[in-house]
Design a protein around this ligand. Structure first.
Ligand code: SF4
Length: 148
C-alpha cells in the first residue's frame, strides 16, 4: 500500500542527516568524513539487521520505499522474530547517527533547534502516520502485533 508519509518522513530524515553532516564537517573535516562513513555503516546495519527481515521489504511494499528496495538486494534472511543482537545493533546504529552531531552543536542553537525539531517530526510522522499501516509484527514499534 502506498503511504505518502513514509516517503515524506524519509525526505525529512535526509534533511536532518544533511544538517548533521554540515554541523560535524564545519567543526572538523576529519570528523565529518568519519561521520559520513558511519552513516553508510549504520545504514547497512539497519537494512541488513532490520529491514531484511521485514515482510514489507520481501514483498516490495515498504512504506518508506527505498529502504525496502535496498534491503531486498542484500543476502536473504527469513522473516521472523528479531534477535537481541539485531535489536541492539539497529537501535545503537540509529542512536549514534542521531547523537554524534549533537556533540559539535555546542552553542550553535541555529543548528541544534532545527535538528531536534526535524528528528522529532520524523519520529512523530512515522509513529502516527506510518506504523499503523505496517505489519512488521516483530518490530518493537508495531501497533499491529498479534495479541497473545
Ligand atoms: S517497512 Fe520499515 S522495517 Fe520494513 S522494510 Fe520498510 S523501512 Fe524497513
Amino acid at each position: 500500500m502506498k503511504n505518502k508519509y513514509g516517503i515524506i518522513s524519509m525526505v525529512v530524515l535526509m534533511i536532518a542527516l544533511v544538517i548533521g553532516i554540515f554541523t560535524i564537517t564545519t567543526y572538523s573535516m576529519m570528523y565529518g568524513g568519519l561521520y559520513v562513513l558511519l552513516l553508510f555503516l549504520s545504514g547497512y546495519v539497519v537494512l541488513m539487521r532490520y529491514c531484511r527481515k521485514c515482510p514489507h521489504s520481501m514483498n516490495g511494499s515498504c512504506h518508506h520505499k527505498i529502504p525496502g528496495q535496498l534491503a531486498k538486494k542484500l543476502p536473504y534472511k527469513k522473516t521472523g522474530k528479531y534477535t537481541l543482537y539485531e535489536y541492539v545493533s539497529t537501535i545503537g546504529s540509529m542512536l549514534m547517527v542521531f547523537v554524534l552531531p549533537l556533540t559539535s552543536m555546542d552553542g550553535r542553537y541555529y543548528l541544534l533547534i532545527p535538528y531536534l525539531i526535524i528528528w522529532g517530526t520524523v519520529i512523530l510522522m512515522i509513529k502516527t502516520k506510518v506504523c499503523k499501516f505496517c505489519y512488521n509484527r516483530w518490530c518493537l514499534s508495531c501497533p499491529n502485533k498479534v495479541k497473545m
